[in-house]
Design a protein around this ligand. Structure first.
Ligand SMILES: Nc1nc2c(c(=O)[nH]1)N[C@H]1C(S)=C(S)[C@@H](COP(=O)(O)O)O[C@H]1N2
Ligand SMILES: [Mo]
Length: 303
């Protein structure tokens, strides 16, 4: 007997929007013919199933309350971010792998098992939201590149174009934005590369056309508008470590018991509804990720 176990990040049917189903079908038609279509139907059927019992944040609120430093330091960068040309878009996968890639994002999307997942997002500044993302598991892409055993970290890099991103003209910042995680974190099922939200292609303000979602970590780890993913041996320096490493570290796992040097992390505020609620360890995803850290107790895991 086959028992379908509902995993916490799978989408409850009642929350899947008609647009999401439309988007999925469109991707299906675009992406696959013949045998490919059958392969594609599998992951889709699977992903359009159940998850988080939390109502998604309204699309309008989420798409207009952003952190996207390249386009300004306020939450209202949506209009400025629309200046970034997101098609065509190429993504490189390089470093310690047998099949490095330099691939058009549309082609990549056709080749990946696209799913919708509703995730919590928790910014280090304490605001939070719940978003139905569309995309594919980071590990599916890493598998495609064929990582070598020496690859211990995954480094991700945002575009660099000071002509369209005003803050990138401020040269005292270490542009481009860089983030990094361990290979074990990258291979965890929760690590998700996002190409859409609310059943549509990604809004520019969310980090179109390709951003990461790491729901158990503070939001700054979820890097936007990715152009390069590198498999490396040494732990890379991240953008925020270079800017202010004593406040924004490498691990940045959500933990209500470990305050930020300047404020408490005990609670979060859900934008839109403005509900204050207790923050959970690993943002509520401990069952999926806590095991990744059991041998790393000497590390500063929570900032
Ligand atoms: N390239 C880039 N990625 C980024 C950021 C940024 O400024 N630049 N901000 C981060 C922070 S602090 C958060 S909280 C999330 C915000 O994602 P959202 O705007 O979709 O809510 O993006 C993260 N990814
Ligand atoms: Mo953030």
């Amino acid at each position: 007997m086959w028992i379908a176990r509902r995993r916490p990040w799978e989408t409850p049917e009642r929350f899947v929007t008609p647009q999401a189903l439309f988007f999925e079908r469109r991707a299906l038609l675009k992406g696959a013919l013949g045998a490919g279509a059958a392969m594609f139907a599998g992951p889709y059927a699977h992903a359009a199933r159940l998850s988080l019992d939390e109502k998604p944040t309204s699309e309008d609120v989420a798409a207009n309350h952003n952190n996207y430093f390249e386009f300004g330091s306020t939450k209202r960068i949506a209009r400025a971010a629309a200046a970034l040309k997101t098609s065509p878009w190429r993504v490189k996968i390089d470093g310690l792998c047998d099949s490095p890639q330099d691939i058009d994002l549309d082609d990549l999307i056709k080749a990946m098992p696209i799913e919708e997942r509703i995730y919590r997002h928790r910014c280090v500044e304490t605001w939070a939201m719940v978003v139905p993302w569309t995309g594919f598991a980071l590990r599916a892409l890493i598998a495609r590149a064929g990582p070598r055993p020496a690859a211990r970290y995954v480094r991700l890099e945002t575009f660099l174009d000071p002509k369209v991103a005003p803050t990138q003209r401020q040269t005292w910042y270490p542009w481009p934005y860089v983030e990094a995680i361990t290979i074990e974190e990258a291979m965890n099922e929760l690590a998700f590369l996002v190409t859409g939200a609310y059943g549509k292609p990604l809004h520019p303000s969310f980090g179109a056309p390709l951003r990461l979602a790491l729901p158990w970590k503070y939001g700054f780890k979820s890097i936007k508008s990715i152009v390069k993913i590198s498999l490396v041996e040494k732990r890379p320096q991240t953008f925020w470590e270079q800017v202010q490493g004593d406040e924004y570290g490498f691990w940045a796992n959500v933990n209500p018991a470990v305050p930020h040097p300047r404020w408490s992390q005990a609670n979060d505020r859900v934008i839109g509804v403005n509900e204050i609620r207790p923050t959970k360890l690993f943002n509520g995803y401990a069952a999926e990720v806590a095991h990744l850290y059991k041998d790393l107790q000497g590390e500063k895991l929570f900032f």
